[in-house]
Design a protein around this ligand. Structure first.
Ligand code: PCA
Length: 208
C-alpha cells in the first residue's frame, strides 16, 4: 500500500491560523482507501523547518511527499514546479530571523524541479471543480526553502520518490480579517483538492 507523507506549516506572520496546518489535521483524521497518509506540521523556522521535514521523511519512509503551505493572495490551488537555492525572507520567521540574499546550499545547484507530475495533478484538481494552477516559484521564504532542502536531500540519498509543494490560498476567515480584499478558499474545498492530489498520485505511482 502506498504511503504518503503530507506536511503543512504552523501559523506565521500576522495570522494565528495556517490553512496548510488545518488541511493536514483533517487528513490525519481520515482513513483513505488504497493508501496511508503520514502527516507532520513544520515550524516556520530557518533551521527547524527543513530539519523537521527531513526527520519526518526518515521516520515515515514514504513513497511520495506532498508539502503544503499558505500563499496568501493566490487565487487557486497552486502547484509549484521549481525550488530555488535562495533565502530572501520577505518577513521574519517565527524566531524573528530574516535572512536576505543567501543560498540555501552554497554548493548546491541553482534550482531543483519538483518531481511530482504537476500538470496531471493540476488537471485532476480542476476536474474536481476546484481552481488550480501551476506556479513557477514558491517564493524565497520557508516554503521554497523546505522544498529545496527536501529535493537536495532526496538527490543526495539517491531516493527517487516523487516530492513537491502545493501552495494554498487564505481561508475565508483570514481574508475577512484583512484591510483589503484577498481571494480565499474554504477549508473543505482545499481538503478535497489535496485528497484529489493524493488519489491521482496514487494512480500515477501504481502505473509507473
Ligand atoms: N507559507 C510560507 C511559509 C509557511 C507557509 O505556510 C511560504 O510560502 O514560504
Amino acid at each position: 500500500m502506498t504511503k504518503f507523507l503530507v506536511t503543512g506549516f504552523e501559523p506565521f506572520g500576522q495570522s494565528n491560523i495556517n490553512p496548510s496546518e488545518q488541511v493536514v489535521q483533517r487528513l490525519a483524521a481520515t482513513q483513505f482507501e488504497g493508501f496511508a497518509v503520514a502527516t507532520a506540521v513544520l515550524p516556520v523556522h530557518r533551521h527547524y523547518g527543513p530539519k523537521a521535514l527531513r526527520t519526518a521523511v526518515q521516520q515515515t519512509n514514504p513513497d511520495a511527499i506532498v508539502c503544503l503551505g499558505e500563499a496568501g493572495g493566490r487565487q487557486a490551488i497552486s502547484i509549484e514546479r521549481v525550488a530555488v537555492n535562495l533565502l530572501d525572507y520577505r518577513i521574519a520567521d517565527n524566531d524573528g530571523e530574516r535572512v536576505q540574499d543567501e543560498p540555501i546550499e552554497p554548493d548546491g545547484p541553482a534550482a531543483y524541479f519538483t518531481t511530482l507530475p504537476v500538470r496531471q495533478l493540476m488537471q485532476a484538481v480542476q476536474a474536481a471543480g476546484i481552481p488550480a494552477e501551476l506556479s513557477l516559484s514558491a517564493g524565497t521564504f520557508l516554503c521554497n526553502q523546505v522544498t529545496y532542502d527536501l529535493l537536495h536531500f532526496l538527490a543526495q540519498q539517491q531516493q527517487n520518490i516523487p516530492a513537491g509543494f502545493v501552495h494554498l490560498p487564505f481561508l475565508p476567515q483570514q481574508a475577512a480579517a484583512l484591510p483589503r480584499n484577498y481571494p480565499s478558499m474554504a477549508l473543505a474545498t482545499m481538503e478535497t483538492a489535496v485528497s484529489t492530489i493524493l488519489h491521482t498520485l496514487n494512480t500515477h505511482l501504481q502505473a509507473n
